[in-house]
Design a protein around this ligand. Structure first.
Ligand code: FAD
Ligand code: SF4
Ligand code: SF4
Length: 1016
């Protein structure tokens, strides 16, 4: 465990320490006007050192080209003889499962700037994209035009088209739609030397013209076509007729009856032949009607064997999920949306599910297919090996939820308990579908022989199954086991006529390329590599080594993340468990501005500012701090608290900067399948960091604010007058805070007094009967709705009174969330213990506690138990949770007097969700909706991301630009237009309301304000 912060100063990797070839190359890049970003700081390099695989390789630098011109410059310089020692690798979303993009040279990240949808041609049904466009983003853009890019993959929310092309990705529906390369019309690919190869389907005369060219492009065409001519027959004879067999250097399909298309060897080449800068993709009409069967089985083997029967019905996709995944899903947020669709209460027990989807443009045709399927299923229900039951999902939301469950498979497995975690290395094998069940039986026998846990899911219709055996790669024995299992599975796959890389490409599994293709074809692949990259500078070691060189292929024995993680002491790993467990699946890179996941990552487009980036940099800090040595080194010892500038080279500052960009919205804590909780990790880090480096003044201001407010609120007008002075604003700005709100002129206590609200008297409450206690509720005040917006607290009070409750307010105390956010962890712990004593006095009476402000209320069920290291034994309910729970009894008690909503704006009300509340309590928004409907009104729910304020974050000068950026990205486009927009928009969060006021000039209301005003 780290007891005091070590300085990681002197040996921090710096630009000056770059190996000479890289220093010279990057210098020349700058001199030639490279317009993109060049990063050599350790944080940026670390964020590109991992993907979703088990490997870790820190590049020398990461560059982010701004345009194709930048890419061409990169590759032109690379070809110069004096830069021969430099290696580069392109990267997109970094979701590769086998280290496909990892490289010890320069990482060329195309996802940041080369991410435009360039042109849509609906007549030709094509779209032109840059490589950094994310698949879901493209399909969201295409949907209104009635078309889609058909190939898909599970991480569609963050995988890029460039990465998909380079791995020839495919997924659900590939039996019908094929792989990515089947939908590529043309590519622009920058070659070593900087020339741009434009690929398309060429007719004989066009090919002739290219073959005759006296330049690099002509040479490439001549040499590749010669290789293709001599090897086509060998390919045809040797390769099994399996849809998923050939990814990478697809020599077999360059020449076809349609023409000659070099795009076929660029697709799937994993960045080893050039960098794709633009792609013209073929589009598929969107099917408007779709229905999904969730078919239950008692045994996984039954589900696998059912696949060949199900294929006969010609569905769009058949995917399977085993009981391990279903079991894990029960503890995940996803369960709320699928439980009713997988109703497994019946007998026999649910052990596997097949998801079978039908889609069509013709409603009648779809109905016939579904009817036929029903008849087949009804016929086999109860028979040995048959389905045990099924549910037909017809609602889009239900269908989406079931597919989300399937997509979450990997993440859910990653969240299993124990040190052994599911790891990808044999995760996408494919065999002829008719052999799948037998093959899996033998596969399982290999894993069972080593006593390994695993979950299974995948595309049974094409014989591709995902298996991630659970290993602890920090344990050297398990690391050896990984190789043993790899070799075993390779043998098995060959026996069944399948392939090891049925979906995810080769990456570090490239060592098996000669085994699968045989020496003759492998030599042809080496020849292809030599045509494009004779000196092995482009993503070296992957797929094939160039002919005439002695280079080796990368191997599954390469350096793994586990080898780094094992250097962190066990107790430190336990304390920072989620940072260590992050498996890099990249779910936190979600492109969608309407999803709550990581606003800082979205607005900065910087991977460091994602949960994965933060977890990764923290892991390295822990490793270095534990004295493990390495690039950063470590120098333990006690020092006085000092300024950051006194040790500018300390790596800890890079960790601080990564953490400082976090809004503490807590989306990662629930939306990440591993529940990587960055705010909790950050709090612990900050406490350590500030034991050495001075805290900014504003941290103290923020930490003391709750306490100060209790005094200022005694003279609100005076306090506001002072706060509003130009000099005060300037001082606040100087310490780093802007747009700080003013106190309400009228205090909550005076309004309550005016209403004759009773004071809380615990002794009196203890004498109440059980019935009276059940009717009593105690509001736990918070600084936001008591000091700044007492109108909201009053509305909550009035609403509860109107609904027949006896309402009391707990005397104000500091909740302490700000202490936690700013990393005053010990101080926060003391506050928690004190507050819990107070809260417990009420809870012990059996009286409900209710909070109004979501962010503070939720600390009682998250940070508080964490600080206490135990369950508090009681809960502080959100207002809507309490109302939802009590509504039935309120209705009974009030009878005729139960109020109804009298009036609503003509355009209706719409609730803009609070991100922390939505993620921590997924039902909380629907609860408001239900309440409105119980009162006879309607409330729409707007699907938005984070508003960008998040407590203090949006008020910090250093974050104002990002705060505005997040608001403009995630909220602004959803705001209703017109004069009564303020009437319509409801928000439960003080931060959200403040942000709306600040950036949209809207005075949004809390739902309680609306209800209390409109109920009669
Ligand atoms: C949870 C999970 C589930 C997955 N499920 C699927 C699945 O269903 N189907 C599937 O096919 N894959 C799947 N994958 C694997 C992975 O998502 C795919 O390989 C994807 O295509 C990679 O895209 P990316 O943008 O993340 O590429 P990266 O991982 O960044 O790169 C992948 C490869 O592409 C190269 N590359 C990237 N951009 C370019 C470019 N512009 N020019 C040339 N080369 C380039 C890189 O060098 C690297 O070799 C899954 C991964 C995860 C984490
Ligand atoms: S932080 Fe979570 S979502 Fe992000 S890569 Fe790690 S495990 Fe995946
Ligand atoms: S708390 Fe929010 S901003 Fe911070 S890392 Fe998690 S998701 Fe990103």
């Amino acid at each position: 465990m780290i007891s005091s912060l070590p300085s990681l100063g002197r040996r921090r990797p710096e630009k000056a320490q770059l190996p000479e070839p890289y220093r010279a190359y990057l210098a020349e890049l700058g001199e030639h006007g490279f317009a993109g970003d060049i990063r050599t700081d350790y944080a940026a390099r670390l964020s590109a050192a991992t993907d979703n695989s088990v490997y870790q390789l820190v590049p020398q630098a990461v560059v982010f080209p701004k345009s194709e011109v930048d890419v061409a410059l990169l590759l032109r310089l690379l070809a110069k003889p004096h830069h021969r020692a430099v290696r580069i690798s392109p990267r997109g979303g970094g979701t590769g499962t086998n280290g496909q993009s990892l490289c010890d040279g320069i990482m060329v990240d195309l996802s940041r700037h080369l991410a435009a949808i360039v042109a849509l041609d609906l007549e030709r049904s094509t779209v032109v994209v840059e490589p950094g466009v994310v698949l879901d983003e493209l399909n969201a853009f295409l949907a209104p035009h009635g078309v889609t890019f058909a190939p898909t993959l599970s991480p569609s929310s963050r995988a890029t088209l460039g990465g998909m092309i380079a791995t020839d990705a495919s997924g659900k529906g590939s039996r019908i739609y094929g792989k990515t390369s089947d939908h590529v019309e043309g590519l622009r690919c920058v070659l070593l030397g900087g020339e741009v190869l434009e690929t398309t389907q060429l007719g004989p005369s066009e090919l002739e013209a290219l073959l005759a060219r006296n330049d690099t492009i002509g040479r490439i065409y001549r040499e590749t076509s010669a290789i293709i001519e001599r090897s086509r027959d060998v390919f045809a004879a040797r390769l099994p007729k399996l849809k998923r067999f050939l990814t990478g250097y697809d020599l077999a399909h360059v020449k076809s009856e349609r023409g000659f298309d070099l795009g076929r060897i660029i697709s799937g080449s994993e960045g080893t032949l050039g960098i794709v800068t633009q792609a013209t993709l073929r589009l598929t009409p969107l099917r408007h009607y779709r229905q999904l069967f969730a078919i239950r089985y008692h045994e996984f083997d039954d589900a696998l064997r059912a696949a060949s029967r199900l294929v006969a019905a010609n569905p769009g996709a058949i995917e399977t999920v085993d009981d391990t995944i279903v079991g894990l899903a029960k503890h995940d947020v996803i369960w709320h949306s699928v439980a009713h669709l997988l109703d497994d209460r019946g007998e026999p027990e649910l052990r596997a599910v097949n998801l079978v989807e039908f889609e069509s443009d013709d409603e009648q045709a779809l109905a016939l297919q579904v009817r036929d399927m029903r008849a087949r299923l009804d016929g086999e229900l109860g028979s040995p090996g048959g389905a045990t039951g099924y549910h037909l999902a017809t609602l889009p939301a239900d269908i989406k939820a079931l597919w989300t469950l399937r997509k979450k498979g990997v993440g859910l497995l990653g969240n299993a308990r124990g040190n052994r975690r599911p790891v990808p290395f044999v995760e996408d094998t494919a065999v002829p579908p008719e052999h799948l069940a037998d093959y899996i039986r033998e596969f399982r026998a290999i894993l069972d022989a080593h006593g390994l846990r695993y979950g299974l899911f995948g595309h049974v219709d094409v014989g591709c199954l995902h298996v991630r055996p659970a290993l602890d790669l920090r344990d050297e024995a398990d690391e050896r086991l990984m190789k043993i299992i790899s070799d075993g599975v390779v043998g098995l796959v060959k026996k069944y006529g399948g392939v090891l890389w049925g979906e995810h490409g080769r990456g570090y599994r490239s060592e098996y390329t000669p085994t699968f293709f045989g020496p003759e074809l492998y030599q042809e692949m080496r020849a292809i590599k030599a045509v494009f990259d004779p000196d092995n500078q482009l993503n070296p070691g992957k797929l094939a080594a160039p002919a005439r060189r002695q280079d080796r292929l990368v191997s599954v024995d390469a350096m793994k993340r586990g080898a780094f993680d094992r250097q962190i002491p066990v107790e430190t790993r336990e304390k920072y468990a989620t940072a260590v467990q992050c498996n890099g699946n990249g779910q936190c890179f979600d492109w969608n501005p309407d999803s709550v996941m990581c606003p800082s990552s979205k607005v900065t487009r910087d991977r460091i500012h994602s949960p994965k980036g933060r977890a990764g940099i923290l892991r390295e800090w822990l490793r270095l701090a534990s004295g493990a040595g390495g690039e950063g080194g470590a120098e333990p010892g006690l020092e006085l608290v000092r300024a950051r500038s006194s040790a500018p080279a300390d790596f800890s500052h890079e960790v601080y900067d990564a953490m400082n960009g976090c809004l503490a919205c807590k989306a990662c804590a629930t939306q990440c399948p591993i529940h990587v909780d960055v705010p909790a990790l950050r709090a612990d880090f900050l406490e350590q960091y500030h034991s050495r480096y001075r805290r900014p003044l504003k941290d103290y201001f923020v930490a003391f604010l709750e306490r100060m407010l209790t005094i200022l609120v005694l003279f609100p007008r005076l306090a506001n007058g002072l706060m509003d002075l130009a000099i005060s604003r300037r001082i606040l700005r100087w310490i780093g805070l802007v747009d700080t709100p003013l106190l309400a002129a009228r205090t909550l206590s005076s309004s309550l007094r005016q209403r004759g609200a009773p004071r809380l008297d615990l002794r009196r409450l203890s004498t109440l009967s059980d019935e009276e206690k059940a009717r009593t509720v105690v509001i736990v005040q918070d600084a936001f709705t008591t000091y700044y917006e007492p109108n909201v607290a009053l509305a909550a009070y009035d609403l509860l009174v109107k609904l027949g409750r006896d309402v009391f307010l707990l005397p104000m105390f500091d909740n302490g969330k700000a202490l936690h956010v700013k990393g005053f962890v010990s101080w926060f712990g003391r506050r928690v213990r004190k507050n819990v004593e107070v809260l417990r006095q009420v809870a012990d009476l059996g009286i409900s506690l209710v909070g109004i402000e979501p962010a503070t209320t939720l600390t009682y069920r998250d940070e508080y138990p964490h600080a206490l290291a135990e369950d508090m034994g009681f809960e502080v309910l959100l207002l809507q949770e309490y109302l939802a729970r009590e509504l039935g009894s309120m209705r009974r008690e009030l009878g005729e007097r139960f109020p109804r909503l009298a009036a609503a704006p003509a355009t209706g009300w719409v609730l803009f969700g609070h991100c922390t509340e939505r993620t921590a309590e997924p039902r909380s928004q629907a609860q408001w909706q239900k309440l409105f409907s119980e009162f006879g009104g309607a409330l729409a729910l707007e699907n938005v991301g984070c508003c960008g304020m998040c407590g203090v974050y949006g008020h910090e000068l250093e974050h104002v630009a990002e705060s505005r950026g997040i608001f403009e990205m995630s909220w602004q486009p959803h705001l209703p237009q017109g004069g009564d927009a303020g009437e319509q928009v409801l928000c439960t969060g003080h931060s959200c309301r403040s942000q709306l006021k600040r950036f949209a000039g809207l005075r949004a209301r809390h739902p309680a304000e609306v209800l209390v005003a409109a109920l009669e």
